[in-house]
Design a protein around this ligand. Structure first.
Ligand SMILES: [Zn+2]
Length: 367
């Protein structure tokens, strides 16, 4: 058997290498983060169930504009804010039953790798140094990602890409290394004091920890462009190995009251608040009760319903399902191999109960 993900069969010979874009540790974990990390955790559990050894790298982006701005706003050092929020994030993930990654690199530990990446990109003609920064030639990245230039420029501006930076040859060029402004974190480099660019940090952490041609890359759907498009373009340009990731898992955005859950909009549902009132398994059940690609609206009534359903599933799992449960296990697990069809797997397993439900519940982390 082989996992099929997002319309792609993913045979693995030897170990699978999975990279998951982690958090920028400047605020508490919200339900949107939880959905991304629970779904990628399910993918890893299913791969391991197939007998595939899996290495997971989930980074912490601890050198990034939102963190620096939040630290400045609070009047604290960005390092202590990052350490505190990373601790809280890890605690939320532990309570949600998200398995620990094999590697959890932090951007500040990979600054040298970003400098090497920037130097190498200049060497191969894919980047240029100007006024203390190094820019990747990104004019073609949006088109390759299937995004028109107008949308790309708008999205880039909204995600800190600074398309209006006069130092750039093309507005869609992207800083691999950027000159630090006074008061910002900075490191010495061949181009003067600066800091790594966001997308380049992930490229460097992925290459340094997992190498080229990773098997599965996960992250929230809002990272498709510019983050993942540039992360992959940088890696492919510097290594010559394409595609950077054999398959992608972009987990659907979680909305609350009709709007995206995000710090930037102040529209937030925090995981630790939900954990005060509901079992972690109910939160996971709510998250996986859908197609992983679909955006969805969080409603507290639905979570309360998931908690009730969890009780019923626990009772069904404790029954002796006999031979029917064994046969159902095969069908239900096959549904998970087929693009992580958790709804179908749960429906088949719940009908048989017993061992079928225990197996599927374990793979989804809900029982
Ligand atoms: Zn990333």
């Amino acid at each position: 058997m082989t996992l099929r993900i997002d319309g792609r069969v993913l045979p693995v010979v030897g170990k699978a290498r999975v990279y998951v874009c982690g958090i920028t540790p400047y605020d508490t974990t919200h339900l949107g983060h939880a959905a991304t990390f629970v779904w990628t955790d399910v993918a890893v559990r299913v791969l391991r169930h197939l007998g595939v050894p899996v290495e997971v790298c989930r980074n912490i982006t601890d050198v990034d504009d939102p963190l620096i701005e939040e630290a400045r706003r609070r009047g604290v050092d960005w390092r202590s804010l990052a350490t505190q929020q990373t601790y809280r994030f890890e605690e939320d993930m532990r309570r949600l039953g998200v398995q620990r990654p094999t590697y959890e690199p932090k951007s500040h530990d990979h600054v040298d790798d970003v400098v090497t990446l920037a130097e190498s990109l200049i060497t191969v003609g894919a980047a240029y140094a100007r006024n203390g920064s190094v820019f990747f030639r990104g004019a073609g990245v949006a088109e390759r990602a299937g995004i028109d230039r107008v949308t790309a420029l708008r999205t880039s501006a909204a995600r800190g890409g600074r398309p209006d930076d006069p130092d750039k040859d093309d507005p869609l060029d992207m800083a691999v290394w950027q000159r630090s402004e006074p008061g910002e974190p900075s490191w010495e480099s061949p181009w003067g004091a600066g800091r790594p660019g966001w997308h380049a940090e992930c490229t460097a952490m992925a290459l340094a920890n997992l190498g080229t041609g990773i098997d599965l890359h996960g992250g929230g759907a809002d990272l498709i462009f510019p983050h993942h498009a540039y992360e992959a373009a940088l890696a492919e340009a510097v290594t010559g190995v394409a595609p950077f990731a054999r398959s992608w898992m972009h987990v659907g955005t979680v909305l609350y009251r009709g709007e995206k859950i995000a710090k930037s909009t102040g529209n937030l549902v925090f995981v630790h608040d939900l954990l005060e009132r509901f079992p972690a398994e109910a939160i996971r059940l709510l998250i996986v009760d859908r197609d992983w690609r679909d955006p969805w609206d969080y409603r507290e009534d639905d979570l309360a319903e998931a908690a009730e359903r969890l009780q019923r599933l626990r009772a069904l799992a404790s029954r002796d399902g006999g031979g029917a449960a064994e046969r159902a296990t095969v069908v239900a697990v096959d549904a998970l191999y087929d693009d992580l069809d958790a709804r179908r797997a749960l429906a088949v397993a719940a009908e048989a109960g017993g061992s079928a439900l225990k197996t599927v519940g374990g793979l989804l982390g809900v029982l």
